[in-house]
Design a protein around this ligand. Structure first.
Ligand code: FES
Length: 143
């Protein structure tokens, strides 16, 4: 085998090992919860925050066919949540959740878990929605 062929083979082998890991990690962080729509908004079971060993997730991402962008819901405690439209206020790209903040893949804007601009170029906070708890459901008021 010539050196050039050897390098090509090694390069593809490395990519084959790296790409699935990156893709799986991306899927894991982007797991969506399908909400149920009622007359005023989206309903999500509180159990969507449940994790193993009685722990709670810091956030969930909720989608519905009628929404152009998903909504990220951060849980601060059992009574305090923030629901943020995952649409960048700069030019409308869909945001990514990175721990306690949302980042824009287009030009790098960052927003806090309450929707406040942390870094531009965006200069407007994210659209937020009121959240309340009805029985065992989180109700995200869209209207
Ligand atoms: S569209 Fe998000 S920073 Fe430009």
């Amino acid at each position: 085998m010539e050196r050039k062929d050897f390098l090509k083979t090694c390069g593809f082998a490395c990519l084959a090992g790296i790409v699935p890991g990156v893709l799986l990690e991306g899927c894991g962080s982007a797991k969506m919860i399908a909400g149920t729509m009622d007359q005023t908004g989206l309903l999500v079971p509180l159990s969507a925050f449940a994790q193993a060993k009685g722990k709670e997730k810091k956030y969930i991402v909720v989608e519905h066919a009628s929404l152009k962008y998903p909504i990220c819901v951060y849980r601060f405690n059992g009574n305090e949540y923030s629901a943020l439209l995952m649409r960048c206020t700069h030019q409308g790209a869909e945001l990514h959740v990175v721990g306690d903040r949302l980042e824009c893949p287009a030009h790098g804007s960052q927003f806090t878990n309450k929707g406040t601009v942390k870094n531009g170029p965006a200069d407007t906070n994210l659209r937020t929605f009121p959240v309340n708890i009805q029985n065992d459901q989180l109700h995200i008021l869209l209207k």
